[in-house]
Design a protein around this ligand. Structure first.
Ligand code: FNU
Length: 296
């Protein structure tokens, strides 16, 4: 190994283990940036899922949708609908365009790999102009911790991380609702060997322990939103983690009930994008989101 390589290698190792914050204390967190966007957009707590059907000119379409809807939303959310067909430069263009309206942008990739791969993914997403990403806690507590720590320390950006807790689609119950036994660390004995809980409760606990900026709970399950919100308030005494709720409209959830049950942000795609009048629908949802609030 050359001296230069050795120096880089050792530096790399040190950076990995030191876990020192690399950001200036003044770098606003994702949630602060998102709150600022809410203020600048008339209190809208609507995150627009830019789920465009395959076609040509996706970048132009995405930008004209942003032009039309920017004042009714606080963030865009991009998933495989655009991430797969577009180049990194195209995605950066769309994200920069959203930023020019003061909007945030979330990469909905449900990150789910070993920490070293997750870190490279996060770096690419940050370079593409994303402000936050979604992550799947199934990777385990230590990996979640490590990955979120990396996202938060991402130079100059402070990427947010939003952990899946209970997804919105029908069959989510068979995984997120699954009863699982408590995991006992090696060498210890379970106090109560029969104790079990639901997977989503473990994911919620892990998300909070790992300082996730947000959690996802489907608008199709208001009772779960209520339970998770009550647990979050009980644990911290105040709100430090935001609850994002997809599944209104096209998936059958009611945005107003989701917000009253404890959602901070609603994520909406098709019911805006394919409405007869998308501007009217976005404006209606923006009003609902700015006026409906959680009551315990
Ligand atoms: P719409 N989404 C979801 N449910 O729907 N990220 C989840 O539990 C989840 C998500 C995304 O139904 C979905 O991929 F974790 O058209 C889509 O982009 O309003 C959006 O939220 C919902 O779109």
């Amino acid at each position: 190994m050359s001296d230069e390589w050795r120096r880089d290698y050792n530096q790399g190792n040190k950076d990995q283990t030191a876990r020192e914050p690399i950001l200036a204390a003044s770098t606003p967190t994702f949630l602060k940036r998102l709150s600022r966007s809410v203020e600048e957009h008339d209190g809208s707590r609507v995150v627009l899922a830019l789920d465009l059907e395959p076609s040509n000119a996706l970048v132009d379409k995405a930008c004209s949708i942003i032009d039309a809807l920017a004042c009714y939303i606080c963030s865009i959310k991009i998933n495989m609908h655009l991430l797969l067909p577009l180049s990194m430069d195209d995605i950066k263009h769309v994200n920069d365009y959203a930023h020019s309206y003061g909007l945030q942008s979330i990469a909905d990739i449900k990150l789910n790999d070993i920490p070293s791969t997750n870190k490279v993914t996060i770096d690419y997403l940050a370079d593409s102009g994303f402000d936050a990403l979604t992550i799947n806690p199934i990777i385990g507590l230590d990996a979640l911790n490590d990955t979120i720590h990396h996202a938060h320390g991402r130079g100059g950006v402070c990427m947010g991380a939003i952990a899946l807790v209970y997804m919105s689609h029908k069959s989510a119950e068979s995984s997120y609702g699954m009863q699982v036994g408590a995991v006992v660390p090696e060498g210890q004995h379970a106090q109560n060997p029969t104790s079990s809980t639901s997977l989503y409760r473990i994911f919620l606990e892990w998300a909070l322990t790992s300082n996730a900026d947000g959690i996802v709970v489907g608008a199709t399950r208001p009772e779960m939103i209520r339970e998770c919100r009550a647990y979050m308030v009980g644990k911290h005494g105040y709100r430090v983690t935001a609850l994002f709720s997809p599944g209104s409209g096209a998936q059958g959830g009611d945005p107003s009930i989701a917000l009253k049950s404890g959602a901070d942000y609603i994520i909406v795609g098709r019911s805006i994008l394919y409405a007869d009048d998308p501007v009217k629908e976005a404006s209606r949802l923006a009003k609902i989101s700015s006026s409906s609030s959680y009551s315990s």
